[in-house]
Design a protein around this ligand. Structure first.
Ligand code: ATP
Length: 251
């Protein structure tokens, strides 16, 4: 990577969001570099999805800025952000269910302005990278849940993102599926240098996979640090980890 690419980062400063008087986020600052995985954790209603929505352009903020590689993208549409290299996956896959897996990938490529031939080539490349070639012609709507989540990640990778937000990638998966998915996410970081922001409730998985973790409670950041620091933080233990069964023995 060049120096400019190493300096590449996605940042938010002072994000405030309210919903009809309910304060969802207060003064939230976040920094994600390329090639790192930042886990975003916190109790239900802490504001994780709202923050990802602000970053990816699905939610306006009352104040604050979102900066991508030094450019203010606070007012950019989700499509514009995708063209600039910011992708996302949703809790529910949101694939085009009547299209095949390959067509879903091509649709993502068209969305960022690729022509037909380039889109086809990129889809082929990504199917190989994500070990999904055998599902190329399968209708997305007929996929088992674990495969669907994998295809959603592959689709995000199609646009060659510099940054990717993933919302609970392992939710509802069995252990094998979530291990495979974890491997795929780590490959996107290590091979493609993608900076990944990951909401995930499986704390064991977060602690094993993430380079840093940011913890939200009632719309505010209460801790940011490496997994060890975060697991030892008294406020994090009191407000979140203490209420959960944490298994990080495999770390
Ligand atoms: P979960 O882990 O349950 O997904 P979360 O940490 O992602 O929770 P958010 O979904 O961001 O939390 O919600 C933060 C707060 O904002 C909650 O109190 C939620 O009820 C509220 N909220 C979120 N979206 C809306 C909305 N569109 N309208 C009104 N209130 C909302």
């Amino acid at each position: 990577m060049t120096t400019a690419e190493t300096d590449s980062c996605l940042e938010t400063t002072g994000i405030d969001v309210s919903f009809a008087g309910l304060v969802a986020l207060t003064d939230v600052t976040l920094r994600l570099a390329r090639g790192e995985i930042l886990g975003l954790i916190g109790a239900n209603g802490a504001g994780k999805t709202t923050l990802v929505n602000v970053i990816t352009g699905y939610q306006r903020c009352k104040s604050g800025t979102v900066i991508l590689d030094g450019e203010d993208i606070t007012k950019a549409s989700p499509e514009e952000r995708a063209r600039r290299g910011l992708a996302r996956t949703f809790q529910a896959g949101r694939l085009f269910r009547r299209l095949t897996v390959e067509e879903n990938l091509e649709a993502a490529a068209f969305g960022v302005g690729m022509r037909r031939r380039a889109a086809r080539q990129r889809a082929t490349e990504v199917l190989k990278l994500t070990r999904l070639e055998r599902l190329r012609h399968a209708p997305a709507g007929a996929l088992p849940y674990g495969e669907e989540r994998r295809v959603a990640l592959a689709r995000a990778l199609t646009i060659r993102p510099r940054f990717l937000a993933v919302d609970e990638p392992a939710a509802g998966m069995n252990e094998t599926e979530s291990e495979e998915l974890l491997e795929l996410v780590a490959e996107m970081r290590d091979r493609d240098g993608v900076g990944i922001l990951m909401i995930e409730h499986d704390v064991g998985l977060v602690m094993r996979l993430c380079d840093r973790v940011q913890v939200l409670a009632e719309g505010k950041t209460i801790c940011v640090g490496n997994p060890d620091e975060v697991q030892r933080d008294p406020e994090v233990i009191r407000s979140y980890l203490g209420t959960r069964k944490v298994s990080v023995d495999a770390a």
